[in-house]
Ligand binder design. Structure first.
Ligand code: ZN
Ligand code: ZN
Length: 402
């Protein structure tokens, strides 16, 4: 990639980084993406699911490639100390989605200016990945019927792997995530008269402990599941037994059968603990956020791999194996009926990895670095952004007719 294009992408990135927008409020970001696509000759549709943007560029007949970037930032106060830090209090691009947007704009530019490919490129700028809702919302807004059907969906996520490397895991790559709000109903009263109440705090405590047995006692050692109670809320005062208690529960799984069983177990345990305590009614379970396992297509990954190796060098595309992170990009690919290739874009300062041996050595350094969502997380701009652009362009060209 030429230095002028890299500088433009860095400039776009720093601007996005300074002006982060949370899920479904990515108005400014969407405007920047839409304007860039329109200037490049894409046919652009805006306002999909509120802030989503798609752009279509056809150059003769050939395969169709969807390139996807998510746009939303997080409610995290930035603590990176970067000169281009967030100007919005309490909001920052702690997950690096600004990298994805800047790289997709750069890739759209490079493909639009080239005349040596045939086919159709669709740039998809998605809102609200962090809520695991944006992809579903774009599908519900009807984009599959309106857009050319993809032969492949391509996307990337910046990660604290060394800049100048990529991660590619063919098959199950990232976990399904399911987030539930559980409201336990008791009967409140005076703290000195528990016999006149049904104490939801005690039900919550028993429920939290019993939920741990889903992984420890119900899941085979050869299967993977995580169940976390991330929040417990009940009560206001020492001597009042409250009416209700609320748990926020998150489950991660890879295998759909394990997922079904874990979700059924959560429901069973939550209900049974309430029943055991004589609760006046069964708890309410609301599935607030959910996205399926991200399963990259094995054949499509092999088709894309040489393009990624061409960017970072042979032996520098590694397989970190399945990770418990989650992504809703799979929803787009499934709805469009296309295979997906999704890779990790190394963004951590390579100097931090001096002396690290193999994947195990790299993994131990990664474990010591701020991860995505940390107030201190930030990728290095160079060569991360140029690599992200080149990876999108290169993998797209692996499908487009040359
Ligand atoms: Zn994230
Ligand atoms: Zn993310």
């Amino acid at each position: 990639m030429d230095a002028a294009r890299e500088s433009r992408v860095v400039e776009i990135y720093e601007d996005l980084h300074r002006h982060p927008e949370v899920s479904f409020a990515e108005t400014r970001t969407a405007g920047i993406a839409a304007r860039a696509l329109r200037d490049l000759g894409f046919t652009v549709e805006e306002g999909i699911a509120g802030t989503g943007v798609v752009g279509v560029l056809t150059c003769g007949s050939g395969p169709t490639v969807w390139l996807r970037a998510d746009m939303d930032a997080l409610p995290v106060q930035e603590e990176t100390g970067l000169p281009y830090s967030s100007t919005v209090a309490g909001v920052s691009h702690a997950c690096g989605h600004d990298v994805h947007v800047a790289c997709l704009i750069g890739a759209a530019e490079e493909l639009a200016e080239a005349d040596d490919w045939r086919g159709t490129v669709v740039a998809v700028f998605q809102p609200a990945e962090e809520l695991a809702k944006g992809a579903r919302a774009m599908i519900d807004d009807g984009i599959v019927a309106r857009l050319p059907r993809p032969d492949v969906v391509l996307g990337q996520h910046v990660a604290p792997l060394p800049a100048g490397t990529m991660g590619l895991t063919p098959g199950p790559m990232w976990a399904a995530t399911d987030s539930m709000r559980v409201t336990i109903f008791g009967r409140g009263g005076h703290g000195s008269r528990p016999e006149t109440t049904v104490d939801p705090v005690v039900i919550a405590a028993a429920t939290i402990l019993r939920l741990q047995t889903i992984v420890a006692r119900e899941t085979s050692a050869s299967q993977v599941a995580v169940v976390t109670v991330g929040a417990v809320n009940a009560g206001t005062k020492h001597n009042i037994i409250p009416e209700t208690a609320t748990l926020l529960v998150n489950a991660r799984t890879y295998d759909p059968a394990v997922r079904d069983r874990v979700l059924a177990s959560i429901t069973r345990i939550v209900n049974a603990e309430a029943e055991a305590a004589g609760a006046p009614r069964l708890p309410e379970l609301i599935l607030e956020e959910s996205s399926p396992t991200l399963v990259t297509d094995v054949d499509a990954c092999e088709r894309a791999r040489p393009a990624l190796e061409a960017v970072v060098g042979e032996g520098r595309v590694m397989d970190p194996g399945p990770l418990p992170s989650s992504e809703d990009v799979q929803v787009l690919a499934t709805a469009a009926g296309a295979p997906i290739v999704f890779w990790l874009l190394g963004g951590a300062d390579p100097a931090l990895f001096a002396g690290a041996q193999g994947m195990a050595g790299i993994a131990s350094v990664v474990g010591s670095l701020p991860s995505n969502h940390s107030p201190s997380y930030h990728p290095v701009e160079r060569p991360t952004l140029a690599n992200g652009v080149a990876a999108l362009v290169g993998t797209a060209r692996a499908w487009l007719v040359s």
